[in-house]
Design a protein around this ligand. Structure first.
Ligand code: AN0
Ligand code: CP
Length: 318
């Protein structure tokens, strides 16, 4: 594999899943693969899980790791070509990227949607420049439109916990005080649509996701109806996608918070969330602390998804 930004970069999803389960059985079986190879992780945004799980995954493969928080200690980066750089940004991304590429063998990038230009966000302007100018394999640690390492870990987790071959999986919008990107729900939908699950998305009117991610999913505006018979509830907030409200908060209605009463409508569903999660906005204490909550197992699988992807990228290096 050359780069990893979405589910289609895996040539075969079922094989990738099998590889992930192999790695989970013994995560130290490929320690030679990464010897004398260096992973550089670039963060334009905060992270707990992605940072730690990806670093751990790289170490499991015998790699060395370097982490750069662009907003803490690095030069502020200009990202627009053609600007007269007389402002507060001393360095341009067009030099910074190839320079960073000189020091490593693989690059991970986290760069969220900025909600300034929908076009820039949905063209993955930052990650695509890393792909174009770094000369190295690049993978997404959450871009503007997708969070594929998260979705891969989500899929691994569902495969581990499902009790029927074709579970009903429900992605539900839930309220949040800040405007959050669509990357996690987009990506989750993209990966669920690549499986044979019964996949339903529920959200208030106005929160429709980009049609390319919704795909063949069933959209149900009545959250309680959507929860009926569900095997997995996957909660997430996102800001509006549709124009003219791109990036805006249209509702903070706590009737959409996932609580025990709603979980009782399901088929004893497992509760999932990518974390970090705001308790009693997205989900009640009771639900996230219940035996049906698998958020920690889900986070643990981030190490496995990252290691599977890093292994494939290392194998792709000539
Ligand atoms: C981010 C988001 O919603 O995309 C990262 C989630 C993994 N969440 C926050 O910024 C709270
Ligand atoms: N789920 C996830 O990506 O968490 P972080 O933002 O902490 O990395």
């Amino acid at each position: 594999m050359q780069h990893f930004t979405n589910v289609n970069d895996l040539s075969n999803l079922q094989q990738a899943l099998q590889q992930a389960f192999e790695i989970k059985k013994d995560r130290f079986q490929f320690t030679e693969l990464g010897r004398n190879k260096t992973l550089l992780m670039i963060f334009f945004n905060s992270s707990l899980r992605t940072r730690l799980s990806t670093q751990k995954a790289a170490m499991n493969l015998g790699m060395n790791t370097m982490i750069l928080d662009v907003n803490q200690g690095a030069w502020k980066l200009e990202t627009e070509r053609g600007v007269v750089m007389d402002g507060d940004k001393p360095e341009h991304l067009l030099e910074a990227i190839p320079v960073m590429g000189c020091y490593c063998d693989v690059i991970g990038v986290r760069s969220f949607a900025q909600f300034i230009s929908k076009e820039d966000d949905y063209n993955e302007k930052i990650i695509n420049q890393f792909i174009k100018y770094s000369g190295k394999p690049v993978f997404s640690m959450e871009g503007a439109t997708r969070h594929p390492l998260q979705s891969f870990a989500d899929l691994i987790t569902i495969e581990e916990y499902k009790k029927v071959e074709r579970p009903k999986v429900v992605l539900t919008w839930a309220p949040h005080p800040r405007a959050l990107p669509q990357a996690v729900p987009n990506s989750f939908a993209e990966w669920m649509n690549a499986t044979d699950y019964d996949f339903v998305i529920t959200h208030p009117k106005g929160y429709e996701l980009d049609a390319q991610f919704v795909g063949n999913a069933k959209v149900e505006y009545d959250q309680e109806k959507a929860f009926e018979g569900a095997d997995f509830i996957y909660a997430k907030n996102w800001a509006a996608f549709a124009d003219p409200h791109y990036g805006e908060i249209l509702s903070t209605d706590r009737n959409w918070t996932v609580d025990s009463k709603k979980m009782a409508l399901t088929n004893n569903a497992y509760f999932m969330h990518c974390l970090p999660v705001r308790r009693n906005m997205i989900v009640t204490d009771e639900v996230i602390e219940s035996p049906q909550s698998i958020v920690i197992a889900e986070a643990a699988n981030r190490e496995i998804s990252a290691q599977t992807v890093l292994k494939m990228l290392l194998e792709g290096i000539k």
